[in-house]
Design a protein around this ligand. Structure first.
Ligand code: NAX
Ligand code: K
Length: 485
């Protein structure tokens, strides 16, 4: 489990720890971890050229002390002092160790750039000259190691206003910051290395959590020897319409390939024909009228993809929500709920899976506002609606009242293509039917779906049916061949 904290949480913990230690101890710990990471990246320290970008705060102090350690090992270290002031003791130690001050041109001659412009103390977009230095570092041939967070990334949200440093490695102090797990910050951080400075005992519950492959493998339901198809979980899918047939095929496929014991599909003639020819395994009810009578028992419903938003769709949604099992609502189902919030009044759990546009319809917040602060809006919607919210995007986030938001970074930009959301709804539905709660089902489905996307893509365009087809390979990759019974 990767856990992360906001800047305020980190500061509060640092404050408590610092009170128990001699002044400067934490910064020394941070700097020695940073210098070690730089040395590993350089390979050979002696004779290498390192350029530090030094801002006015303690982030610059970390860089200067690390620069001093590298200079003592024979690196030629230059510091570009960007702030109106500079960490005094750090600068003194740096100069004493043989480091030198330099202008911005030192960026071009570096083998390694250390970004100590700003850390958790950043506010708003980078100002000059930081902005220009960040861009110069990004344009340089040498890799950049960011101190704590890439400068320009908001440590608490991952937001970037304007320019930010693109790091090959981020050496983060004490604990991961939320902004390192959420895009665009996560994408700019490169590899993340955590330096233990002793904050652990002072940290509160995390702000966000990122599941690792091992976490997901441990959560995924496995069929036991005595499982039958009913006990493995029956998913009901109410998706597709005579106009949109593909959504039904993709949602059913996602559910089947994510390990549902059985998938029941209920819909009108056109999608029924498509589902029947693509998935003979599905148990199909062709509907003459919008009714679940005779469809049979399920352990979870998936409702909404391609369903339409007319009277038929509304009636189907209402009947699904009147059941006593968990319901996943996606796509057109969300549009209907946005019009008629009362539909959500039920006792059994609800997982909604909007993208930013759909969440905007649900909550009234602007789409751009949501994109800019996905964590805040997912949390707010979960609290307001009393449901679990899986907000899709380059970092998918899963929010449930009173729990840390789970963030997922397994996806690929190639997943932004039609129909992949329908597959996700089927995958999550299968996990709900197998007994996972909305929080676990949503976050495991996001992880699996992202991994399946990477497998289906391997760096090239993918199509949604290919993502569904890759779900078993993703599960195999997580759980290992030996455990394939
Ligand atoms: N306090 C400590 O003992 C420790 C501090 N640590 C380091 O200290 C950092 C935090 O230090 P600070 O609180 O001094 O804050 P920072 O060094 O992150 O940034 C604050 C400085 O940046 C300037 N600044 C803020 N936003 C800016 C913008 N948009 N454009 C240009 N300049 C901007 C401010 O004027 C201020 O001088 C952490 O990120 C970490 O690197 C770590 O070494 C752990 C120990
Ligand atoms: K930084």
């Amino acid at each position: 489990m990767r856990i992360a904290y906001t800047a305020d949480q980190i500061r509060a913990a640092e404050h408590q720890l610092m009170a128990r230690l001699p002044e400067g101890t934490l910064m020394q710990r941070a700097a020695s971890g940073l210098a070690a990471a730089c040395a590993t990246m350089l390979g050979k320290v002696y004779g290498s050229r390192v350029t530090l970008l030094v801002g006015s705060g303690d982030n610059g102090g970390d860089a200067l002390y690390a620069g001093a350690l590298l200079a003592r090992r024979g690196a030629r270290v230059e510091a570009v002092l960007a702030g109106s002031r500079t960490h005094e003791a750090g600068l003194e130690a740096f100069l004493l160790a043989g480091g030198r001050e330099a202008g911005a041109e030192a960026i071009e001659r570096a083998d390694l750039i250390v970004d100590g412009l700003v850390g958790i103390g950043v506010s708003g977009a980078l100002r000059e000259p930081y902005w220009g230095l960040a861009r110069a570092a990004n344009a340089a041939a040498a890799p950049t190691v960011a101190v704590d967070v890439p400068s320009g990334v908001d440590a608490s949200s991952g937001r970037v206003e304007g320019a930010a440093v693109e790091a090959a490695l981020t050496v983060t102090m004490g604990a991961r910051k939320t902004g390192l797990l959420v895009d665009p910050g996560a994408a700019l951080a490169g590899e993340v290395e955590l330096v233990d400075i002793g904050l652990g005992p002072y940290l509160p519950d995390p702000d966000v959590v990122g599941l690792t492959g091992a976490d997901v493998a441990a959560l995924l339901p496995r069929p036991a020897a005595e499982s039958d198809k009913y006990r493995r979980g029956v998913v009901g899918v109410v998706a597709g319409s005579d106009q949109y047939t593909g959504a039904a095929v993709l949602a059913v496929g996602g559910a089947l390939l994510a390990g549902a014991g059985m998938v029941r599909y209920a819909g009108p003639g056109e999608p029924v024909a498509q589902v029947r020819s693509r998935w003979p395994e599905a148990v199909i009810t062709e509907l003459e009228r919008p009714s679940l009578d005779g469809v049979g028992r399920v352990q979870a419903w998936v409702v909404g993809p391609g369903l339409g938003t007319g009277d038929w769709a509304r009636e189907m949604l209402a009947q699904v929500l009147a059941s006593d099992v968990p319901v996943l609502i996606d796509a057109d189902g969300l549009t209907l709920v946005a019009r008629e919030r009362d539909l959500l009044g039920r006792d059994a759990p609800v997982l909604v899976t909007p993208h930013a546009g759909e969440l905007s319809r649900l909550t009234g917040a602007g789409r751009d506002e949501i994109e800019a602060d996905r964590l805040k809006h997912a949390r707010g919607a979960a609290a307001d609606l009393g449901v679990t919210v899986l907000l899709k995007g380059s970092t998918t986030v899963v929010a449930e009242p009173d729990r840390p938001v789970r963030v997922n970074g397994t996806g690929t930009a190639w997943l932004a293509t039609g129909g992949t959301g329908d597959v996700l709804s089927g995958v999550a539905g299968a996990l709900l039917a197998q007994g996972l709660g909305c929080y676990d089902a949503g976050s495991c489905a996001a992880y699996l779906h992202g991994l399946a996307g990477r497998i289906a893509s391997s760096g090239a365009p993918l199509h949604a049916a290919g993502v569904a087809a890759a779900v078993p390979a993703a599960i195999r990759e997580l759980t290992g061949r030996s455990a394939s019974r």
